[in-house]
Each structure stands twice: as C-alpha cells, then as structure tokens.
Design a protein around this ligand. Sequence first.
Ligand code: GLY
Length: 355
Amino acid sequence: MNTITAADYTIVFNENAYSALNEVLQKNKYSKLFILVDENTNEYCLPEFLPFLATETAIEIIEIESGEEHKNIQTCTEVWSILTDLGADRKSVLINLGGGVITDLGGFVASTFKRGIDFINIPTTLLGMVDASVGGKNGVDLGALKNQVGTITNPQLVVVDTRFLNTLPQNQMRSGLAEMLKHGLIADANYWNEFSDLAQKDSTQLDQLIHHAIVIKNEIVQQDPTELGIRKALNFGHTLGHAIESYFLENESKVTLLHGEAIAVGMILESYLSLQKKLISEDNYYHIKSTIKSIFGTVEILENDLTPICDLLIHDKKNEYGKVQFVLLDGIGSIKYNQEVAIELIMSAFQEYKS
Ligand code: GLY
C-alpha cells in the first residue's frame, strides 16, 4: 500500500513501514527512545514490534493502564514524571504503541514535555489506524468531557501495520469501523457503498479500505489543519456521540461504550437531523440507519437519560458563542457544518433511533 504524505510527516504501511521507521530514528539521532504501551499492547504487540527496531539507541518501556477512564491529566503526570526519572531530554522520542488512548495521550505528553519532544504513532487498533493516530490532534479528557485539553501537534511518522489487528477483539474492530463508515458518509459515497457487503471482504480488501479511510481523513485535515472550517466534517456523529459516550462513561448503571459504538449512535441521530432539515432523503436515512444498526445493534437509551445527555452538549468543542453546532449530511458524501438544531428535534431523533 502506498505511503500517504501528510503535512510534515508520512503514514507508512505494512511492508514499507519498519524501514521507514528505522530511517526516521537514524536520521534524527535520538538520545533515548521511549515506548508507551498499555498492559495489552505490552503483552501482545510489543514482542511483535521490537524485533523490527534496528537502533543502537537505549530503549525504555512505559506502561499505563488501558481504557478511556485513564485518558486524563493524572496519567499524563505519571508519564511526564517517569520520563523525567528515566532521563528523557529534548532529543528523546516517544513511540506510542497502542490504540486511540495511547496515541491521543502519548501525543499530548510528548507535545508538552520540555515544550515538545518528537513522537511516532504506531496504532494497534482499527480506530487508531483510521482515525486517532492521524491528523495531529491529541489530548486527554477532563472528567467526563472528552478531549477537552490537548494540542494540535503532528507526529514524526505514523506506522500502520495491519497485522496488529489479528489479535484485536471483535468489539474493538467494530469500534474502528464506525469511523470508516463516517469517512464514507461525509466525503465519498462510493466508499460508503463498499460497506454494504462488508462480510464478504477478505483481509486484503480490508487493508485497502483502511488505506482509503486514511486518505480521506488526510485530505480533509490538509485542507484545514486547525479546524476552522471543512475539518469540522470529521465531527459528524460526534456531537451527540461524544455526549452519549461521556454519559455512559460516568453513569454507574451503564456499561461503558467504546468510542465507535457511541459514534455509531451519534451518526444515526445526526442523519435523522439531516433528514429533518431536508438535507438527505428518507431512503438515504433508512439505509444509513439499517447499515449501522446491522453492525452495531441498538444501544438502550432510556427516557430519563435524554436530558443529562443533552446537557453535555454545551461542552462540545465545536460550539461557538454558546451555541451547539452540528455537522449534518448534505446528501451522502458531503456535509454542512455550523448547523443549529432545536432541542425538540434532537429529542425526536432519539425517539426515532429506538424504533
Ligand atoms: N489525532 C486525531 C485527529 O487529529 O483527528
């Protein structure tokens, strides 16, 4: 698969990946190499990865606990302290080996440590490959509020090795699929249509779909790296999806949703808002709903969940001047951003979702 060129870094795949990584390490003459892992990537991915590293530079492993509940400033403080204790300096590099939590948090830790050290993302989950590791945004949650603190800083390199997916649990694969579906819905109708016969796809075709998802994301980010306009497209499904994800994360009576599971609900809800605003047809809406529900099922959302979920919308990062702003579909493969929606319409979207 061809290398993808981003603003000031490249995204390299499978067969080309490790020679590119070793070149970057050699070229930058790092003083020390730190690898950030969680307990899962330490056990399953690090042993696969280390033999590919051709470097004389000293290597240290830093492990944090897995899970969105650890993507916070306390974990960053631990990692900053460990880096300090292990003698990291401004010529050190942090390799983030893991899913979205590792690359989001690791990117933030690196971009702020000693006012910024280099980092390299090696995503090991589908979500990490098609979304979290690419685009330069990194950060952590603030309590229940997702990604409220962060920076936009690009990695030196992103290494996509799809063999890591062989050990990934099914629910994690589904979580990544949500972002791939989103990329089709917002930017490429043909790509969206590829998912109607997903069960028939073999691993080579899945690799191509992953590559294409990254191409779509990279093209959008390159047009608008700091999200002043078109990059907001990538937030389709995320306004309500993030609120649902935060609510389920904080509520003890709920089972925590994976990011993609919440975004799948958000995409159906926000497609309904698009229908109500006459931006997509009924056929399009019901096709989106049935395709997403065929993969993700229906998440139980009770009547008394709705008000607290909607209360969380006021913290959405896209809000401007205190107003909740949605990204809505404008046909399949296109969007309109900065769309205001009445609360009654949002409530009716939840009612429709359940049906
Ligand atoms: N790192 C994720 C993004 O920039 O969208």
